[in-house]
Write a new protein. Structure first.
Length: 406
């Protein structure tokens, strides 16, 4: 069961929004609706689901409806129509008293402009949500201190917001949200007001924090690079509609509309795509118990100049080249382990393509993709690195990319 499920969600601003719903159903455009009724479409028939512990990024330009959407999810903005399920509870039907209690237990929001209380210390700011819940002072301050340590600010508990940098203030805002231990974090462009360097640091910190706390996060941004870096999946919005939902790799490699394609044209794919996205399954390999003749036969059959050698549990032992196998046969060597080369390039499945460029430039043999137990998952050849980089931006071309590897 999804953690969050949105079904046919609408938000229309202006008088008599229900009338405008009927006009939208008939196919009227957003612009014509505004001309005829004075009503503005914020969210238009949006449906999606978010899984437990997923970072779901909603991105789009200003006016696309992304901030309206996230505020509908906790009913800071009341939806005009549609359903919002959290843990299979339709919160659009909750009375206000029950909704407030539900928010306190399930949801927390991190805003773009921090929204810290200037007259309160950092500790008091972080404990504020717990105070609203009625938690006793010592208990809430103890919990606030623990959360401050989690975000790296334990030594700043007695300071005031004005004494902190922008990045530190944003970490306080995140700590305040985490202090109430919500299931779901709603983050509305939380890093967009920060300097680029601090912004990148906060992105890294959020990903590291997510590894520990495993919250379900809906993250709003107008920055595609940020979306691609943080999102398990991404929804791209335009004019209140969702143009496409997909993983970063799906968005990059298979844009569903011209609008999405224009977004990803100039993205540096080498920073986004990973080894697992370009590796191929090893169709030919030999067991360490096989001999050089078996290795030669398989290399000849597959038209290969080298072949990987694995142990019985698929653990990578190394590689054998055709030259060494031929020499071994001539010298009547029957133990393949005697000619296995172990000093070969290997990488983890999550390694960005960018980090593979220098390896691919000098490697004599394919790069082996292995897991934490050194089991062979796939192989990467030079052309796979090139193919992974090409195919999205007009500024990328094979000649230039070959130059990076040569």
């Amino acid at each position: 069961m999804p953690k969050i499920k949105i079904k046919n969600l609408y938000k229309i601003f202006g008088p008599y929004p229900q009338r405008s719903l009927k006009k939208l159903a008939s196919g009227i455009s957003k612009e014509k609706l505004l001309q005829e009724t004075g009503n503005t479409v914020g969210v238009h028939n949006v449906s999606f689901s978010v899984e437990q512990a997923e970072i779901f990024v909603v991105m789009g330009l200003s006016g696309s409806g992304k901030s309206t959407l996230v505020r509908c999810i906790n009913r800071i903005i009341e939806p005009t129509a549609g359903e919002i399920y959290i843990d299979d509870i339709n919160i659009t039907q909750l009375p206000m008293k029950e909704l407030r209690f539900f928010r306190q237990k399930k949801l927390a929001m991190v805003f773009q402009h921090f929204a810290l209380l200037p007259h309160r210390t950092i500790l008091q700011n972080v404990a504020y949500g717990l105070e609203i819940q009625g938690m006793e002072k010592n208990a809430r301050e103890e919990k606030a201190r623990a959360v401050l340590e989690t975000v790296g600010l334990k030594d700043w508990s007695a300071a005031y917001p004005e004494q902190l940098s922008g990045g530190m203030q944003q970490r306080v805002g995140l700590a305040r949200a985490l202090a109430v231990d919500p299931d779901i974090l709603l983050m509305d462009e939380p890093f967009s007001a920060l300097d680029p360097l601090i912004r990148r640091e906060m992105q890294e910190e959020l990903m590291e924090l997510q590894e520990r706390v495993r919250k379900t996060i809906i993250f709003i941004t107008h920055d595609l690079d940020e979306a691609l870096k943080l999102g398990d999946r991404i929804a791209i919005m335009k004019d209140g509609l969702i143009d496409q939902i997909g993983t970063p790799e799906e968005i990059l490699t298979n844009p569903a509309t011209e609008y999405v394609a224009n977004f990803v044209t100039d993205v540096d794919r080498s920073k986004i795509l990973k080894a697992e996205n370009i590796m191929i399954r090893p169709t030919a390999h030999v067991s360490a118990n096989d001999g050089p003749r078996v290795a030669l036969r398989k290399m000849k059959k597959e038209a290969l100049s080298s072949i990987f050698v694995i142990e019985g549990d698929r653990r990578l032992a190394g590689i054998v080249t055709v030259d060494r196998a031929v020499e071994a046969v001539k010298n009547r060597v029957i133990d393949l382990r005697q000619i296995v080369e172990t000093d070969i390039p290997v990488t983890a499945p999550g390694t960005p393509i960018q980090d593979l460029l220098p390896v691919a430039a000098t490697a004599r043999v394919p790069i082996a993709v292995i897991d934490e137990k050194k089991r062979l998952l796939g192989i990467i050849v030079r052309v796979s690195v090139l193919a992974g980089l090409v195919g999205g931006g007009e500024n990328n071309n094979v000649e230039n990319l070959t130059g990076k590897l040569d």
